[in-house]
Write a protein that binds this ligand. Structure first.
Ligand SMILES: NCc1[nH]cc(CCC(=O)O)c1CC(=O)O
Length: 318
């Protein structure tokens, strides 16, 4: 089959949320598709879709899965547009995506991954270890909160809601001594003036799929599948298969903060995962290593192992 290319008369409709980060990700997708098939910008139409999550103050992929995870708070309207044919593809931060897609939709295209690390943001300090006893940390991420309290029970964690700009303003106002953001977001928005220092994943394991743009399509749409195959990054796909299968298998314990990261070195994939009690009183980590193609099986195995170690009481915290 020869692929049918979009054109200015019949553009490929790219659906996205309207936030600056979401738009930057949609533009990157358009740019990569344009370059792969030598197409002008006008062969693509960016369709901005307002989503339920955008009306809420606490948008964060690190919320408990029970709150957002498989309800797809951020994605429902976009997925409806995709199913309706109002758009042809949907561009997402994979970190915000449920591990299971609605019937009729497939999420299997991933762009080359950006920086996976969290960034430490502070006007006066450069790393977590610099925080004085009792320092105030601003974050609404359950994961970051639990990870920090696990290592530093002395810290005072306060809620930091809203978008990147709002959170940075709070920091400038002195509401907290530091905050945290995914470094990928800062990079994609070219926010070079933000006082950010990348944190080693050994010190703060990132969220599943952090830094990875994922593109969703209709399952029967073979032409679009063929277009997307040209921009899919296989190593990123293998890493996310491991991380997202780990998350999927943990799904039953949906109130718990979860972190995970897969890396590839030659033919070997290494998956590290972490589950924590939300108050940071306990954390369990583990690692699996194996052939790149076995990532999903390693994700299942590691998750089952951590659940076993955690035992039934681990996730009862309230
Ligand atoms: N929680 C919202 C969200 N979803 C994706 C990113 C950053 C980009 C990415 O990880 O791909 C962010 C912001 C953040 O966590 O600082």
């Amino acid at each position: 089959m020869t692929v049918r290319l979009p054109s200015p008369a019949a553009p490929l409709k790219i659906g996205t949320r309207g936030s600056p980060l979401a738009l930057a990700q949609a533009y990157e997708t358009r740019q990569r598709l344009g370059a792969a098939f030598d197409l002008p910008e006008e062969a693509f139409e960016i369709v901005v879709i307002k989503v339920t999550g955008d009306n809420r103050s606490m948008i964060d992929a690190d919320r408990p899965l029970k709150e957002i995870g498989n309800k797809g708070l951020f994605t429902r309207e976009i997925e409806e547009a995709l199913l309706d044919g109002g758009i042809d593809i949907a561009v997402h931060s994979t970190k915000d995506m449920p591990t299971v897609q609605p019937d009729g939709l497939i999420l299997d295209t991933f762009l080359p991954r950006e920086d996976v690390r969290d960034a430490f943001i502070s006007h006066s300090l450069s790393r977590i270890a610099d925080l004085p006893e009792g320092a105030v940390v601003g974050t609404s991420s359950l994961r970051r909160r639990a990870q920090l309290l696990f290592k530093r029970p002395d810290l005072n964690v306060v809620e930091f809601r809203g978008n990147v700009q709002t959170r940075l303003q709070k920091l400038a106002d002195g509401v907290a001594d530091c905050t945290f953001l995914a470094h990928a977001g800062l990079n994609r928005l070219n926010m070079t003036d933000v006082p950010a220092n990348a944190i080693d994943p050994a010190d703060m394991l990132p969220a599943i799929a952090q830094g990875a743009i994922g593109i969703e399509r209709r399952s029967g749409d073979d032409n679009t599948a063929e277009l997307l195959a040209a921009i899919h990054d296989a190593p990123t796909g293998h890493r996310l298969a491991a991380e997202r299968q780990f998350l999927f298998t943990l799904d039953g314990s949906c109130e718990t903060p979860i972190a995970g990261l897969a890396t590839i070195d030659g033919d070997t994939l290494t998956l590290t995962g972490e589950v924590l009690r939300p108050d940071g009183s306990d954390a369990i980590t583990g690692t699996r290593q194996g052939p790149v193609a076995d990532g999903a099986a390693m994700g299942t195995d590691l998750a089952q192992d951590l659940l076993q170690t955690a035992g039934p009481g681990f996730f009862d915290w309230h």
